[in-house]
Each structure stands twice: as structure tokens, then as C-alpha cells.
Design a protein around this ligand. Structure first.
Ligand code: ADP
Length: 394
């Protein structure tokens, strides 16, 4: 059986999935795994096609000190115990810079190019590239494909791509890239089957997970996003603030005496729902809490999503459909209802029962804007890209 390995490497975890390639290029998920606690308490967990557990084992810290070691161990486990030898590997890479508007078959020159974008995404890019390099070294003939979170947004026009800063900085790469592109691309690819009435029209997709952003998609193409140069911008997230006056960062540095690293740590790890509530970055915990600060954080989240919807409607000069996706968007009827009630002016009106049951179409039949819940699948998108590049290359 031919299989494709999908890898999503972070600073302390490597997530991986195995897809089998079936008739007519259909892909079927066989294994979902994760090596986490890298550098602290390494642990390999994996489940099979029916979500049944297939591995759960702890390792000594010395056995898995870093991402390449985690990749090697996961690779050995797949090869030696499950007898899986993938025909190609697809990687999630956060930044494709200004030029990469589609996935790329990887060779050493592509890696060198992607390394140059590490300063644009210092918290993610180096970790994304680390398993690519280790596979290139250990198995140089195994085809590898880089799939970028920025690529789907490279269709933005110049107005959406710019900040009002000196042109030289834009030329250097200080642009409004937008992220979560693999999620939006998956949603755009699935709309013709799950929501054919809006697939070729103007759609706002709200990807609401630990990271959160929204994308304006017109006829299947991204035209605007709430995220910009980094994944800090736009909506409030679990631990990131979203849109923030840059003067706040200057204040942190000039008045609070923070170093750049300290300001970065505050902005990536201590803000958003966690900072606002003082309780948790997890939406479920906030919804279950009776603390008024939790209720405020949830209200703020819905408010900022409604504000940003106004911006995206303006970008497309209207809207014909709205889609919720990712952890919060797919599962929380309460948040969806809170957002919808703030969008009543736009003609958004939910069917309470459909919303409570997480159905696909959750708006009232006479609502002006159809609202859908569509589960995202970034890993399947990566596997599809990997297979199609492989087919084109042979
Ligand atoms: P990521 O992939 O970015 O880590 P997810 O898309 O898995 O994030 O989303 C994680 C978020 O989804 C968390 O805030 C979690 O609390 C929230 N979430 C998951 N299920 C529910 C639910 N039933 N109700 C409310 N929030 C939920």
C-alpha cells in the first residue's frame, strides 16, 4: 500500500499523519500521531483510522532531546513496527515568503531559500524546517514537499498586501501575508460539495481555534485576511492579542524596559483569552467558568470577530456566505450564536436547533447570509498537495 507521511513540526512537538493512497488518488487517513514533550517529557501517542489508540509510550529526555530525534524515533516506529514506508513526505511550513504561492518539491536550494524566511517567523519556521533537513540527510531520495500557510493568500492585491510604511520595508518582505492558508484552501476546495450555493461567491471563513483568523474568499480565491506580517495580528486568540496599536509594543520596550524577547513572549504567550480572563486560554474552560472575567473574554472574542467581519465585507463589497471552522468554530454553538447575534444587521440569523446540533447549514432558510459549519483538514490538504506534486514529477 502506498502511503504519504504528513509532518507538522513545532518547537516541542511533532505531529504526523499517514494517509494511504487509494484508487483514483483518493487519500484515506490511517494513523494520526504526535511526539510531544520534546526536550522535557517526551511521549509518543498515536491512533488509527477509527481513532483507536495504537501507541502511547514515554521516553527518557536524553532519547528525544530535539525535533530531529523525535522525527527519527517516529520514523523508526512507523517503519519497524507498522511496516510503513511512505512514498513521500508533506510538511507544513508556516512561511513561503513573498514568492511561493503554491507547494514546492524540496531540494537543498529550496531549503536554503526557506531558511531565509526564518526571521519572518522565528517561532515556527526553524522548527518546520528541522525535520526536512534531517530527512534530506538520512533519506535524500525520498520526495519531500513544503506546503505553506501563506501561499493561499498570495492572490491578494497590492492594497491588501501593504502596510503604510516606506516602500523599502515592503520590498524587504514586511507585508501582510496572512496565515492559516492550508485551512482556508481546504475549506475553499470542499465548498462546492458541502455548500454549492456559495462556493463560487463571496464567502467569509472564520478559522477559530487556539490560533484564530478570518479570510475573505471571492470565487475560491483569498482576497483579504485578518492576519498580516505575523500570526499575531487580527483576532484575539488563545494567548495572542490580535490587532494591537504598535504604540503598545513601543510602550512595553521604552517604558517597561522589556527586551524584544520579553515583549515577544508576552505577545505570543500571555495575551488573548488568557490575558483578558486571567483564567485560561481554553475556550471550553472559559465557557464553563462563572467568573465575570471569563464572560468578558468570550464577549470580547465575539465582538472582535464581528468587527473584523465588517472589514472583510468591505473588502469584497458584500458577502454571500459565512463559514465557521476549527476547534471553536466547529464545536461551540454558543460562540457561533454570540457572533451571529452581532451580525444580525448583515442579515445573519441562525436556526437555533441546527446550530445546537453542529449541523452543516445552521442559518434560517430566510436569512440573507447562509451560515455553514465546515470541519477543516489541513493535513489532508498537505497530503493532497504532496501526492499531486509527486504525480507531476514522475
Ligand atoms: P489548534 O489546532 O489551533 O491548536 P483547535 O482548532 O484544536 O486549535 O482549537 C482549539 C480551541 O477549540 C480551544 O480553545 C478549545 O477550547 C476550543 N474547543 C474545542 N472544542 C470546543 C467546544 N466543544 N466548545 C468550545 N470550545 C471548544
Amino acid at each position: 500500500m502506498d502511503t504519504i507521511l504528513v509532518v507538522n513540526a513545532g518547537s516541542s512537538s511533532v505531529k504526523f499523519e499517514i494517509f494511504s493512497v487509494e484508487g483514483e488518488g483518493r487519500l484515506s487517513r490511517q494513523i494520526r500521531g504526535q511526539m510531544d514533550g520534546i526536550g522535557s517529557r517526551p511521549r509518543l501517542r498515536a491512533s488509527g483510522a477509527k481513532c483507536e489508540p495504537v501507541a502511547d509510550r514515554a521516553y527518557l529526555l536524553e532519547a528525544v532531546p530535539d525535533v530531529p530525534a523525535a522525527m527519527d524515533l517516529a520514523g523508526e516506529w512507523l517503519r519497524d513496527e507498522l511496516r510503513i514506508r511512505p512514498i513521500a513526505v508533506g510538511h507544513r511550513v508556516v512561511h513561503g515568503g513573498p514568492d511561493y504561492d503554491q507547494p514546492m518539491l524540496i531540494d537543498r536550494s529550496v531549503v536554503a531559500r526557506l531558511e531565509r524566511f526564518s526571521n519572518l517567523a522565528p517561532l515556527h519556521q526553524p522548527h518546520n524546517l528541522s525535520p526536512i533537513r534531517s530527512i534530506l540527510a538520512s533519506d535524500p531520495t525520498l520526495p519531500q514537499v513544503a506546503c505553506f500557510d501563506t501561499a493561499f493568500h498570495r492572490t491578494h492585491g497590492a492594497l491588501a498586501d501593504h502596510y503604510a510604511i516606506p516602500h523599502q520595508l515592503h520590498a524587504e518582505g514586511v507585508r501582510r501575508y496572512g496565515f492559516h492558508g492550508l485551512s482556508y484552501e481546504y475549506i475553499a476546495s470542499t465548498l462546492p460539495s458541502v455548500a454549492p450555493d456559495i462556493a463560487k461567491r463571496r464567502v467569509i471563513v472564520a478559522h477559530l481555534g487556539s490560533g484564530a483568523s478570518m479570510c475573505a474568499i471571492d470565487q475560491g480565491r483569498s482576497v483579504e485576511s485578518t492576519m498580516g506580517f505575523t500570526a499575531l495580528d487580527g483576532l484575539p486568540m488563545g494567548t495572542r492579542p490580535g490587532q494591537l496599536d504598535p504604540g503598545v509594543v513601543l510602550y512595553l520596550i521604552a517604558e517597561k524596559g522589556m527586551s524584544a524577547a520579553e515583549a515577544q513572549s508576552l505577545l505570543y504567550h500571555e495575551c488573548g483569552l488568557k490575558g483578558l480572563s486571567g483564567i485560561s486560554n481554553d475556550m471550553r474552560e472559559l465557557q464553563d467558568s462563572t467568573d465575570p472575567r471569563a464572560a468578558f473574554a468570550v464577549d470580547y472574542f465575539a465582538y472582535r470577530i464581528a468587527l473584523n467581519t465588517g472589514m472583510l465585507v468591505a473588502a469584497m463589497q458584500g458577502v454571500d456566505g459565512f463559514v465557521f471552522t476549527a476547534g471553536i468554530g466547529e464545536n461551540s454553538a454558543k460562540i457561533r450564536a454570540a457572533i451571529a447575534s452581532r451580525l444580525a444587521w448583515l442579515g445573519v440569523s441562525l436556526d437555533e436547533a441546527a446550530n445546537a446540533e453542529n449541523r452543516s447549514l445552521i442559518s434560517q432558510p430566510d436569512g440573507r447570509v447562509p451560515v455553514y459549519v465546515v470541519p477543516t483538514d489541513e493535513e489532508l490538504m498537505i497530503a493532497r498537495h504532496t501526492l499531486s506534486l509527486l504525480v507531476r514529477a514522475t
